[in-house]
Design a protein around this ligand. Sequence first.
Ligand code: SF4
Ligand code: SF4
Length: 74
Amino acid sequence: MAKFLVSFDNEKCKGCELCRAFCPKEIIVMSSVINNKGYSPASISRQEDCIGCQSCALVCPDGAISIYKEEESQ
Ligand code: SF4
Ligand code: SF4
């Protein structure tokens, strides 16, 4: 079964929360750190629950999200 890794570029993120609003699994949260632009970037709370739908990456206006698929070994 595949699992997915969601990676956020903290310095590109402007904290708009669009990705959080569009995630069907509601696993995106806003982090408590502040990036160089002064925003709280998005991060993922339960990586293992990600279904790899890419909604978050598609709606991000800043291209700050990358999704990687990993095949689990048998
Ligand atoms: S790929 Fe889909 S399930 Fe995974 S974090 Fe993004 S919106 Fe949520
Ligand atoms: S949609 Fe992009 S810019 Fe907006 S909070 Fe999510 S990662 Fe950051």
